[in-house]
Structure formats: structure tokens, C-alpha cells
Write a protein that binds this ligand. Sequence first.
Ligand code: DOR
Ligand code: ZN
Length: 350
Amino acid sequence: MTTITLPGLIDVHTHLRVPGGEHKEDFASGTAAALAGGITMILAMPNTNPPLTTPAVLQAACAQAQADIRCDVGLYAGASSEDVAQLPALAEQAVALKIYLNDTFGKLRVDDLPTLMACFREWPRQKPIALHAEKQSVAVSIGLAAVYNRPIHIVHVSRREEIELIAAAKTQGLPVTCEVTPHHLFMDQADAARLGALGDMRPVLGTPDDVAALWEHINSTVDCIATDHAPHTLAEKRSATPPPGVAGLETSLPLMLTAVADQRLTLPRLIELMHTNPRRIFGLPEQPETQVEVEMTPTVIRNESLYTKCGWTPFDGREVAGRVARVVLRGQVVYENGRVLAQPGDGRLI
Ligand code: DOR
Ligand code: ZN
């Protein structure tokens, strides 16, 4: 059996549900799940309840995070038309701005052009803007990047036409980066039909041709693998109005290791996608004396071994090519032999 050592992985797209959704996940449980998945730094999304769109709510979330996190965490501020005047104050506490252009969980949405223009004018140039953009919204986002001549990051790209448009934008030299999720790489519409609500998320799972397109661009256009870890309880998923989203922190690396074993990408490329590029694009700090030790051994993903509070994954029962054996963060062993050893408060707020 081969043992591989990786740098601490970075997930730029995690939902930690504080405030308002702590029964799905909280800072302590979500960062435990991250460490169990070989991820030592995460950026948490602002579609909480209330959302992270005002300095007061963001400040309270920062204080809670500081007390509870087991790995390093940065928070996104959310863009909204009501709180657009607050953008400069929000920028002082947030790593990046998230703009939702399409429908998903929660009410956070920007659907008017003046707000979009204000975001691109007012948000500090050195801090990234990430966009949930599907279909035509990808073109809108690229247009704004071009007009305002500032970098954008497009989250969870899932369709052939989207990744091809982003590739064309990059060829033109436009400052556009993007991420894809393991669930969009490893599942398609047939899985959505099989899994029902447990296979429903935004963007929805693609056609086999969409999935093929994401793999065609894995060694070129795609900048980051991001989990879009979006935990909801099984009771919520089995309700009459199931919310979209699936957990991903603990399955992303094992799935991507399977792709390495299948020679769909190299290990150096995996490190680019899950460490180097996220760090560069979001200007994140280095974590000294930090590493992830992986054993390349056939392993079956099981709901029972998860640390995420929601306790389930759509990949339950799937065999993957590797498992996280040990994680060291700043010289401290924080995960070993299936046990999270880091305590709440051990992580640093970015
Ligand atoms: O399926 C999703 N769920 N997609 C998102 O973009 C948000 C997420 C959530 O917060 O549950
Ligand atoms: Zn998300």
C-alpha cells in the first residue's frame, strides 16, 4: 500500500450553517468533517439565516467561529440589494464576496443590475468576488469581469456550455477562474433519479455529456475542486419540501484520489486544484508544518463514519481508492485513525 503526503487542502466553498442552521452543521462539527476529509482551511458561505450581509451579523458569526473552529476558516460576505451600502464595512471582516445570481437554498439573491454594478464598483479590488452563476448568468458574470476589469471566480460549474464559455473567456485573457465539485464529476442525471432528494442540489446533476465536458477541462480550464458541502438533515430531505444540497467535505479527496488512481489527473494536478490554486486565487495565508497523509487503499464510503452533523452522503456505499490516515495542522496531529483530535478553538479565523 502506498502512502502519499499532501499539503493541507483548501475548500473555498463550504456551508457551515451558522447562524440559523446549527441543527444541520455548526462550526465545530463542520470543521471536524473538514479535517476528516484532509481539508485544513475552508471558506464558509453567507447564505445563513439571517445571511451574512450586514456587519453586525458577520461580526457575530466571526466571534462564534473564533470560539468553535477546529481548522482555519474564512467567511464570505453576501451581496444583497438591501445592504449594498454596507459593502465597505463588510469587506473589513470577510475574505471574499459571494453573489447569488441563480436559485438555490436560502433567500440570498441579486437580481437587479444596479446592485451588481455597485458590488463591482465598491468591493475592494484585492478581495475576490465569487458568483453562483448558471447558464446565461455565466455570460453576465464574464461581462462584468471584462467591463470592470477585475477578477471573478465562478462557483460549481456544471454544464458543458458553461465550462466552454469560461474556457473561451480565459483564451481572451479575461480574469475568470472557476471551480467544479466532485458530485458534478462523479454523478449524473441517472444518479439524481436513483437518489431522489438525496441527489438534488443546485446546480442539479448534469447529463453524461456535461460530466464528460467537466472531465475534458479538468487539466486546463478548471482552477479548483470545491466541495459545496451543503448539509441538510435526512428528515428535511425526506420532507414534502426537501432543500437542495449534499455534504462533501469528507468525500471530496477520496473521490479525487480515485480519479488519480484511474489516471484522469496526476497527483501534482490534484494538489494544484485543491491547494495551490485556491490559495492563490483567494490570497489565503500559508499554514506552516501542515500536511495530510493518505493511504492508497480501496475504501468504502460509509454514512456511519462521517463527522458532518447531517450524517449522510449520496456516496454511501461507493468504493474509493484512498483514505485520509493522518492530518497535521501547524505541527499538531489533528486527525488520526478515524478520530478528530483538534478541539474547538484550535482553528484560526482568516
Ligand atoms: O445545493 C445547494 N445547496 N447549492 C447551493 O448553492 C447552496 C446549497 C445550500 O446552502 O444548501
Ligand atoms: Zn454552495
